[in-house]
Design a protein around this ligand. Structure first.
Ligand code: ATP
Ligand code: MG
Length: 263
């Protein structure tokens, strides 16, 4: 069996707030298997985003180990960090806020293609932009549009294209659909699932919705107050939850579903 793409050991993330130390993530250990989707669920404030940022080396006050393809990302040389920034990418909740309002879609993609030296000639950049817009389900003509000229779902498609066009292998999606209309949420999740299969992407999906996790995640972590209280194959956890907190989350999810169905 191949080694996991990401291996996290005893990760701890803290923040300093007015001289007080807030522990956002405590002693987290888990792996993300290659080509799979790892779901992270838990209530608001349980540390999901802090964990996500820490594994992408975007947090300062972090201890423990984050091994990406065997290399410790918390103790990297500058050159290794640059390469890691290309291979591991993030997609955020707010699709508009993640895009520069003054850059047209094509320019936003072109910028990262040049920074990471994926394409340099003008023709090559244009070809890559068209290819990636098509891959995420947008007409290449969208290269000429500004972010405000797109719908929320289209913007999130651009964000996904921008993350993956540099040859990323690992994607962390932090509540990628919760700011979108319910009608387009499934389309974006399906796109991510297709990219997982077609491009062999390993990804982390953060969210509250356990029904979505059942559909998307191969493995699942349940977080409560900064700790991973349950982890394992998603189907197993959702069918047969062991921890009382997971049971409570599942119970509240099914109540919500019944309420939505008018039952
Ligand atoms: N930049 C920060 N400065 C100080 N405290 C923070 C910061 N970011 C997060 N926290 C605190 O760390 C804890 C975990 O927050 P985090 O945002 O990781 O949770 P979350 O599970 O992503 O929540 P949500 O579902 O609402 O996005 C919370 O107590 C939060 O208040
Ligand atoms: Mg969050």
């Amino acid at each position: 069996m191949s080694t996991p793409l990401l291996q996290v050991e005893h990760l701890r993330v803290t923040y300093r707030v007015a001289r007080r130390k807030v522990v956002a993530v405590q002693d987290a250990s888990f792996v993300a298997r290659r080509g799979r989707c790892l779901g992270i669920a838990g209530e608001s404030g349980s540390g999901k985003s802090s964990l996500a940022r820490a594994i992408l080396a975007l947090e300062d006050q972090v201890s423990g180990k984050v091994l990406f393809d065997g290399q410790d990302v918390l103790r990297q040389t500058r050159a290794a960090r640059r390469e890691f920034r290309r291979r591991a990418q993030m997609v955020f909740q707010d699709p508009l806020g993640s895009l520069n309002p003054r850059l047209k879609v094509g320019a936003a993609l072109g910028e990262v293609l040049r920074v990471h030296k994926i394409a340099d000639s003008r023709a090559d950049v244009q070809a890559q932009i068209a290819r990636w817009l098509t891959t995420v389900g947008l007409d290449p003509a969208y290269a000429d549009r500004f972010p405000h000229e797109l719908s929320g779902g289209q913007r999130q498609r651009v964000n996904i294209a921008r993350a993956l066009c540099v040859g990323a292998e690992f994607l962390v999606a932090d509540e990628p659909v919760s700011a979108l209309d319910v009608s387009v949420q499934a389309q974006i999740l399906n796109l991510l699932q297709t990219l997982q299969a077609d491009c062999g992407i390993t990804w982390v999906l953060i969210g509250h919705d356990l029904a979505v996790m059942r559909h998307m995640a191969d493995d699942l972590l349940i977080m409560q107050a900064g700790e991973i209280v349950e982890s394992g194959p998603a189907a197993q956890i959702l069918e047969n939850p062991q921890h009382p907190y997971t049971r409570a989350l599942l119970a509240s999810a099914s109540h919500l579903e019944s309420a939505q169905n008018g039952l």
